[in-house]
Design a binder for this molecule. Structure first.
Ligand SMILES: Cc1cc2nc3c(=O)[nH]c(=O)nc-3n(C[C@H](O)[C@H](O)[C@H](O)COP(=O)(O)OP(=O)(O)OC[C@H]3O[C@@H](n4cnc5c(N)ncnc54)[C@H](O)[C@@H]3O)c2cc1C
Length: 385
């Protein structure tokens, strides 16, 4: 029997490639009728680059990615530049791989093309999993179109509202994290005239923050605004008017105001997750990516973790430690990433005296210290598969 994978997102396609590379036949079941990705950007840190290279998808993606020179950390109220983190040669030498930013659709396309080039990967679109029966040696999958399938091993890569998770952990629906994420893309010609627009900008603001950087070979600017608020909409994402975004940044510095005022179309997402679970599998059904460790996106590591999981799962199966070896290898690192992301949100959103103390601390941290703090995250090399 083949290995089944539920979900053809970043985790699902990456694990299909990784498992095919170790000689396993895989079936990927994706609920969408076609592969299409809502526009948004992703930061691809050195650890993610390492996994992309191991998966054989980096070269196809590289021409579409952007290599920003710096991350510029700004106070969103005064517009003051607090710190600059260089991402060029010095960074690459320190962490062994470069830093890139990418459109999600470009990453997904690169993974899809790589997966399609693997003889052992079969992709089934329009296949929505509704239910699982997990037996010790076989997992039986039931799909909406009355289709069924059985697999000796099943990978749940179906995102933060995972149906597989429900069968493995039964720990209820995801819980709203109290943060909304507004995302948009604009043509680069329409980008506001602010210094070094091709760098990654991080604007810190009371109870919110904004990140922007170019994607799609520099043709578009990706903007994400995070804000602490209640979620009063139906579903987990909804289009909103520009005025709603601007409302949450009333005292923004001029340059930040122009960033927020430029886009005409925003999509608002609820940030939601689950508490850490020490259990990652039931018999031979295992969870990866957002299905097991959904995270606030503030460390820019959700997709990176999903691809790391995929390579580590294949490596554990190849080495004979199997699903439990994979879970043991991944638990501490993914938990630390999720917790650090949450803590970063608290720091980015500080107000009053805390904000001033934070700004002082950021402004007085050397590049060397900044790199040292990122060492545990970026100095990570994907295992051979
Ligand atoms: C604003 C924002 C910014 C981000 N920035 C970054 C960043 O800079 N860097 C980074 O690394 N990460 C970032 N992330 C996180 C990253 O996007 C996610 O962590 C990553 O996409 C998770 O991948 P996944 O494959 O686990 O889940 P998903 O991408 O959600 O994919 C799940 C797939 O499963 C399918 N599916 C769902 N249910 C079923 C079902 N029942 N049957 C069949 N198929 C199903 C879905 O259609 C989908 O294709 C960001 C996230 C947000 C919200």
């Amino acid at each position: 029997m083949t290995i089944g994978i539920i979900g053809g997102g970043i985790a699902g396609l990456a694990s299909a490639i990784a498992l095919a590379k170790i000689g396993r036949e895989v079936d990927v079941y994706e609920k969408a009728d076609a592969f299409a990705e809502v526009g948004a950007g992703l930061q691809i840190g050195p650890n993610a680059v390492s996994t992309l290279k191991q998966l054989g998808a980096f070269d196809a993606l590289e021409p579409l990615m952007v290599a920003p020179e710096n991350i510029r950390i700004m106070d969103g109220v005064t517009g003051t530049l607090l710190s600059t983190l260089p991402l060029g040669q010095q960074f690459e030498t320190r962490f062994g791989q470069p830093y890139r930013v990418s459109h999600r659709a470009d990453l997904l396309t690169a993974l899809l093309e790589t997966a399609k080039n693997c003889d052992r990967v079969n992709i089934h679109l329009a296949s929505t999993l509704t239910r699982l029966d997990i037996e010790p040696d076989t997992t039986f999958c039931h799909f909406t179109n009355a289709k069924t399938a059985s697999h000796e091993m099943l990978v749940g890569a179906d995102g933060f509202r995972s149906v597989v998770r429900r069968s493995v952990l039964n720990d209820g629906p995801p819980i709203f994290a109290g943060h909304s994420l507004y995302r948009t893309l604009i043509p680069i010609e329409k980008a506001p005239d602010i210094p070094r627009i091709t760098d990654v900008h991080l604007w810190l603001y009371p109870k919110g923050h904004v990140v922007h950087y170019p994607v799609s070979a520099g043709k578009k600017l990706n903007i994400v605004a995070a804000s602490e608020q209640n979620w009063e909409n139906k579903g987990w994402s909804v289009p909103v008017e520009p005025s709603e975004v601007i409302k949450y940044f009333p005292n923004a510095a001029d340059n930040l105001q122009s960033v927020l005022a430029t886009p005409q179309n925003w999509l608002k997402w609820a940030a939601a997750g689950h508490p850490h679970s020490p259990v990652w599998h039931k018999h031979q059904t295992v969870l990866i990516g957002d299905a097991i460790h959904p995270t606030l996106p503030y460390l820019a590591q959700g997709a990176a973790m999903a691809m790391e999981d995929a390579v580590c799962l294949a490596s554990a199966i190849k080495s004979g430690t199997g699903i439990s070896g994979y879970a043991t290898a991944r638990q501490d690192r993914t938990r630390k990433i999720v917790e650090t992301s949450k803590r970063l949100g608290e720091i980015y959103h500080m107000s009053g005296l805390q904000r001033l103390a934070r700004n002082f601390a950021i402004g007085h941290t050397s590049t060397k210290s900044q790199y040292n703090r990122l060492d545990w995250l970026y100095n990570w090399t994907a295992p051979e598969i």
